[in-house]
Design a protein around this ligand. Sequence first.
Ligand SMILES: Cc1cc2nc3c(=O)[nH]c(=O)nc-3n(C[C@H](O)[C@H](O)[C@H](O)COP(=O)(O)OP(=O)(O)OC[C@H]3O[C@@H](n4cnc5c(N)ncnc54)[C@H](O)[C@@H]3O)c2cc1C
Length: 436
Amino acid sequence: MNATLIDSLRGVSGGSLSFAAGFALLAGLLAWLAVEIFRSLLRTFAENKQQRVALEKLRAQLTETKLRCQSAAQAESGWNGIRKFAVTKKANECDDVNAFYLKPHDGRSLPPFKPGQYLTFQLDLPGRDKPLIRCYSLSDCNDGKKDFYRVTIKKEKSPPDKPELPPGAGSSFFTDVVKEGDILNVKAPTGHFFLDMTKMNPIVLLAGGVGITPMLCMANAIAASGSKREAYFFFGVRNVREHIHKAELEKLAAENDNIHLHIAYSKPSEKDVKGKDYQHEGRVGIELLKEVLPSNNFEYYLCGSGAFMKSLTDGLEAWGVPDSVVHFEAFGPATVKKKAAVPTQAETTHLQKVMVTFARSGKTVRWEPSAENILEFAKAQGVKIDSGCCAGSCGSCVVAMKSGDVTYLKKPDTTPDAGTCLTCVCRPKNDLVLDA
Ligand SMILES: Cc1cc2nc3c(=O)[nH]c(=O)nc-3n(C[C@H](O)[C@H](O)[C@H](O)COP(=O)(O)OP(=O)(O)OC[C@H]3O[C@@H](n4cnc5c(N)ncnc54)[C@H](O)[C@@H]3O)c2cc1C
């Protein structure tokens, strides 16, 4: 209570209360009351604001914990070895491309996976003594509501310069032989190329041809999560005949403001309509990214042909994008080499002296530093080693090492057992004796 008010009260107790003193007392009381009410309101407002901030923080922490738990559960999910899956639907997407919807034959639940991962198939092809191993990316996400996995497969034609060679064995089998109702042998989803769904940073998805599959899965996962994470999605094909999952992509972009779809046709046909079927004429290249993106400050995910990935990784590097935010999936022999994979001059000098022994074939040869990897080197020496994906994914080319060690050119998706190496993605570190 202030001094004026106390003095006024003293006056009251002395019994000499005049009208003016009474008025002053009342006014003082009212003023004091108003100040106290105002202070109390300010306090409540500040407390409420603090509570709101604390609540927001708690909510964000809960969402993060939930996402981390989901992510950890996904990492632990899967099954060991082979599981049988029934082909419940085979849908023609466009020229030579089919989508396969797969449900577990045992009727049990379908483990989640990370968007960008792939399935490994053990295919029993007629006339082959051993199963053919092939990997295919999951082209749709699993949001917990879907009861199928989906892969989208393009039939690999004979090389244009060697039409006498047979077309791709695995993809032809899927395209020409596999039908609805068939049962396939499938290994659990795996792979290091995936979108971290616990993060909210903006991303750029860059797909060329059938390389759309992991990207579509990522974009679908963002949409299904309800998050507003920004995603610029570039997809390059020749024309509408190669426009894989066209309707699904268009629906995805129409229903999600945060997914910005940019389709580039390099050879549009007369019927293709710019602004409807596609947005850009030409290839998906760094110039297009510079034209469309507000800055280079994104995390980038790439999948496409060797030439597509080489041009984009070079372009991104020149644009000042750090290597650490550029991720890519190679569908075949790893055509994009990380800087660490290129031997230095000192390593080349050392590698020129390294001897590789193929013990079972009875051959000892000097390593050729220009060789892509041990698998290619073995082939050139006439030593046969089984192979599948040639990308460190399927595990077909595993060979036991009797002595010596290897350097991996990329982190393999399948961890080889101790004392073995995945020959398609490594080179010798020193003298090496292989059981091949
Ligand atoms: C992680 C990962 C994910 C993938 N995801 C997908 C996907 O989502 N969709 C998809 O379509 N593909 C995907 N692939 C590629 C897929 O795994 C296969 O590599 C592809 O289908 C070709 O396999 P194939 O058995 O049909 O061809 P192969 O039999 O391996 O033949 C490949 C090429 O070699 C030619 N050839 C045949 N014989 C010879 C010979 N004697 N000498 C030289 N050349 C020859 C063939 O004509 C063909 O052009 C993925 C690969 C990886 C590693």
